[in-house]
Design a protein around this ligand. Structure first.
Ligand SMILES: C[S@@+](CC[C@H](N)C(=O)[O-])C[C@H]1O[C@@H](n2cnc3c(N)ncnc32)[C@H](O)[C@@H]1O
Length: 901
């Protein structure tokens, strides 16, 4: 009897499991090393993928008991698959081979153990010509049998020769004897343990009956006599996955005319198996317990986050809810932050004014398997999407270390390879919170002063849309996810509709508070070993677009993983930056052609697009990976200086900073006393704010009457800014109503402000702070802490073009003023006054106040007014973290860790 165990991992020449959207698998085409296509009766020559629709489950039928424990699978309904597998088994037996796939629960693709069961047929070559390499890259030569028998997970096949030879050459008696002496084992499980030290849970899948069968084989009983004699108890199986594929030889394309896989079609239309499988999957993971040795989410076993994990104060969501299996709470990424390590994107729960975040659900992953409807886009439909699905379900597959010791300096964390990583691998997704339209800019303004740079753009999407207009499409990244393509006729009519997405589609992932290993990757101007690839999975929204990070070349163990954050910059832009380097963070990458700054200022003026596209593109291009920054608070009592900076793009003032020196009285009045503060970047809020969240961007507030009243203002604005008119494309400025949103720009209160400041060039902002209403300032919003006081009003100023007159940001603080307290008299131009309350509204208005203040330097009404709500405690369990002056103003993402019903 000859036992041969080999761990085959992560190699194109090896068996590899992954998800696939391939639509042309009709049968098996695996070539796991030494099994040729000819040995697989159902193989379709030329196929790229092989469907292995197995699921581990004791609720499903098991392979026929007469087979030794090789492939543990349960086909998913396609009879041809079932037959194909049975044939595979049979073929393996006849050839003296058996295959067992051993996987762990969360990383089924990571560990594939092939158990070659040699019967009467010789299997392996006697020569030493094959090669096996260890993790250290060292080649090991010698009699293969020896190595195979003692194979550990650290050894990988990577030689075709071996596959060919062992099919042809008989094993010598001497070799067989030598191997026998090591490998004749009474139990498959022991052999597997010897072989791999793999996941013991999976080893449990080997049943006594299977062991008995194997032992029978070990005695050299002829294949036809290998029958189980007694009843076969159900195998104890804990892992359960579905829909994976054995990939092989991806360079071989599908043959034209290969039939679509009926099974997938049916599965996609009925979704029946999908739902059931998800349930099983969740249940299995639940049973496996919440904790992982690395402290990260269940599915993220390959990543080690040194120094970031505090086991005592951390928790993994698995215990609380299956929904949170992919989330682990990590303390102290920032000194006062709780960081959630997640393996899939999160986004706000629809319709929730609190903007509570939810992880993408596993059953949403089905979307990955749909045909992409982006038509003409070359979006990495197959491999990138398969990899994305796999990553979201199973986590990172290569050992990665997040630790100090980056080339940037001791204090910097970086990501290091823990094992060799070949070129062209999709390593991880840039995971975080999808920000909605406008949020990136707001956050950016807050993050910047705190030096936080964890926003990542789907930057080239704008280019994509722009390109659409000229009937050419280019999606970022090149390689698997990129490329160009002709614009198909049937899509031509949709170009305009797609263009509308400019302002609507979330394009930025924020990994400041919620993210994965990708957020720790540092920048290198030249010679980065990673690249980002935008992946479209079937639509043009955040559910369907994402960013994958792929290796550009082979990476050695211990090497730091780096990404060129500015890879999307055009050569001219790079030259310009090199000639005049300025930006946010001096670059320490040490590359010869270093740009000088990690987040260099970029001249947006080079863009020739329409105003809207240009504005958005500016946001996306300025720091490819970047932006957002926040600021600490300052005063609790009297003076707070508020200013807000450009988002770091150095565009000469397109969204130039404006500042308001505001004095907050005990009564909550806000007095605007100053104009723009050149060069100021801080956006200082009250220091008791530890969470600021965007409540609403008011975009359409004007009643007709007020619109009429504001017409002079609008005319003034139009004269001042032609560009704005072009930009607006018909929509009116938003800023005008006391009725619609209790906020008025240029309304009666604001008029008072303007009267107080004749010739100031300011517009007035009039806020009706009505704490008697649910949601305070917000209409109907279920806001726990009503707005009581305006702490600061921040607006873009008129310096520069004013063409991109963006948001007015009103930061409102819940804690400073008691409700119903009559505010003191207004001071200066920005008075807080009681609004007269009479009649039926008296009660309600008793708690209401109107705050008016000037928006100095604002020459044209802004398009959007954003209301930020600040609260004093984090929504993340564990209580409010300690304050850090550096990060106290940083937005916190409200993440719900409580179990769902
Ligand atoms: C996405 S994070 C990378 C992880 C970061 N090192 C950490 O410890 O969390 C980006 C931040 O890393 C730093 N960084 C990355 N690459 C850099 C470089 N080449 N030079 C200087 N700082 C860099 C900057 O401070 C930047 O704000």
């Amino acid at each position: 009897m000859l036992w041969q165990n080999a761990v085959v991992q992560k190699g194109w020449l090896s068996v590899r499991l992954g998800a696939s959207t391939c639509k042309a698998e009709t049968a098996f085409c695996i070539e796991p090393g030494w099994i040729s296509a000819q040995e697989l009766p159902c193989a379709v020559p030329g196929s790229r993928h092989t469907e292995v629709p197995w699921i581990y489950s004791d609720a499903r039928p098991l392979p026929p008991p007469e087979y030794p424990p090789h492939v543990v699978y349960v086909p998913q309904g396609l009879m041809s698959s079932r037959t194909a597998f049975a044939n595979l088994h049979k073929s393996c037996l006849e050839k003296g081979l058996a295959i067992k796939f051993v996987t762990s629960a969360s990383t089924p693709n990571l560990q594939v153990v092939l158990v070659l069961v040699a019967g009467h047929q010789p299997l392996l070559p006697t020569s030493n010509s094959g090669r096996i390499s260890s993790d250290s890259g060292q080649e090991v030569t010698g009699p293969f049998q020896t190595h195979l028998v003692s194979a550990s997970p650290n050894y990988h096949y990577h030689d075709h020769d071996l596959q060919q030879q062992h099919q042809q050459q008989p094993v010598s008696n001497a070799t067989a004897a030598a191997v026998d002496s090591v490998a004749v084992t009474p139990a498959t499980s022991e052999v597997l343990q010897q072989a791999a030290g793999h996941d013991m849970t999976c080893l449990d899948t080997v049943s006594p009956a299977a062991t008995a069968t194997t032992a029978m084989m070990a005695t050299g009983t002829p294949a036809q006599a290998r029958k189980a004699t007694g009843p076969v108890p159900a195998w104890k199986i804990q892992a359960c996955f579905n829909g994976y594929f054995l990939l092989f030889k991806p360079e071989r394309d599908l043959q034209p005319g290969q039939p679509y896989n009926i099974w997938w079609k049916r599965r996609n239309s009925e979704r029946r198996n999908r739902d059931r499988d998800v349930l099983i999957w969740r249940e299995d993971l639940r049973q496996l317990g919440p904790r992982q040795p690395n402290g990260l989410p269940q599915s993220e076993q390959a990543v080690r986050l040194q120094g970031y994990w505090d086991g005592h104060s951390s928790q993994c969501g698995a215990a609380a809810s299956p929904r949170l299996l992919h989330c682990g709470q990590v303390q102290s990424v920032m000194s006062d932050h709780t960081f959630l390590y997640v393996t899939r994107p999160w986004w706000p729960r629809p319709g929730d004014p609190q903007r509570t975040l939810e992880p993408s659900r596993s059953d949403q992953l089905d979307g990955f398997l749909r045909e992409c409807n982006c038509g003409e886009m070359k979006c990495g439909k197959l491999r990138a999407r398969q990899e994305l699905k796999r990553l979201r379900e199973e986590g990172v597959s290569y050992q990665l270390d997040v630790r100090h010791g980056s080339c940037l300096g001791k204090e910097h964390l970086g990501v290091f390879a823990g094992e060799p990583i070949p070129a062209g691998r999709f390593l991880f997704e840039y995971v975080g919170v999808w920000l909605l339209d406008g949020e990136p800019e707001a956050r950016e303004k807050v993050y910047e002063p705190a030096g936080l740079h964890y926003l990542y753009d789907l930057s080239h999407r704008y280019e994509l849309f722009e390109e659409r207009e000229v009937r050419r499409i280019s999606v970022v990244g090149g390689g698997d996810g990129g490329g160009g393509g002709a614009f198909k006729k049937r899509r031509a009519n949709r170009a305009v509709a797609a263009d509308d997405l400019h302002a609507e589609v979330p394009l930025v992932v924020d990994a400041t508070n919620v993210g994965n290993v990708a957020r720790f990757v540092n920048h290198r101007c030249e010679g980065a070993n990673l690249i980002s690839v935008n992946v479209c999975m079937g639509g043009l929204d955040e559910n369907h677009m994402t960013i994958l990070i792929r290796t550009l070349r082979d990476i050695q163990p211990g090497e730091e993983l780096t990404l060129d954050y500015q890879a999307g910059l055009e050569p001219e832009e790079k030259e310009r930056i090199r000639a005049k380097p300025e930006g946010l963070v001096p670059c320490r990458c040490g590359a010869a052609s270093c740009l000088g700054f990690v987040f260099p200022h970029i001249d947006r003026a080079v863009r020739t697009w329409s105003g809207k596209a240009r504005r958005n593109a500016a946001g996306s291009r300025r720091l490819l990976v970047t932006m957002a920054m926040s600021s600490p608070a300052t005063t609790t009592t009297t003076t707070s200086t508020s200013s807000i900076s450009d988002s770091g793009s150095g565009d000469g003032g397109a969204v130039a900073a404006a500042a308001v020196d505001a004095t907050t009285t005990a009564a909550g009045s806000v007095v605007s006393t100053g104009g723009p503060v050149p060069g100021s970047r801080a956006c200082k809020l009250s220091d008791h704010l530890d969470r600021v969240e965007v409540i609403k961007a008011m975009t359409d507030l004007g009643s007709s009457e007020q619109q009429r009243q504001l017409q002079p203002l609008r005319n003034q604005r139009n004269q001042q800014s032609e560009d704005n008119i072009e930009d607006d494309e018909g929509d009116e400025y938003c800023c005008v109503s006391a009725e619609a949103g209790n906020i008025s720009l240029g309304g009666s209160g604001a008029s008072q402000v303007l009267r107080d400041r004749p010739g100031s060039g300011s517009l007035g902002l009039d806020l009706d702070l009505d704490s008697g209403k649910a949601g305070g300032l917000m209409e109907g919003g279920a806001v726990a802490s009503p707005f009581l006081e305006v702490v600061s009003v921040v607006s873009p100023d008129s310096r520069g073009s004013n063409a991109d007159c963006e948001d007015v940001i009103v930061v409102s603080c819940a804690a400073a003023v008691e409700p119903r307290r009559a505010p003191g008299p207004g001071v200066g131009s920005g008075a807080v006054r009681d609004k007269g309350a009479e009649g039926e509204d008296a009660q309600r208005l008793a708690a209401a106040r109107v705050v008016s203040c000037a928006l100095p330097g604002l020459m044209a009404p802004p398009k959007r007014i954003r209301l930020l709500r600040a609260t004093a405690s984090s929504a993340v369990p564990g209580g409010a973290p300690q304050q850090d002056s550096r990060t106290s103003g940083v937005p916190r993402d409200a993440v719900e860790l409580a179990p769902q019903p």
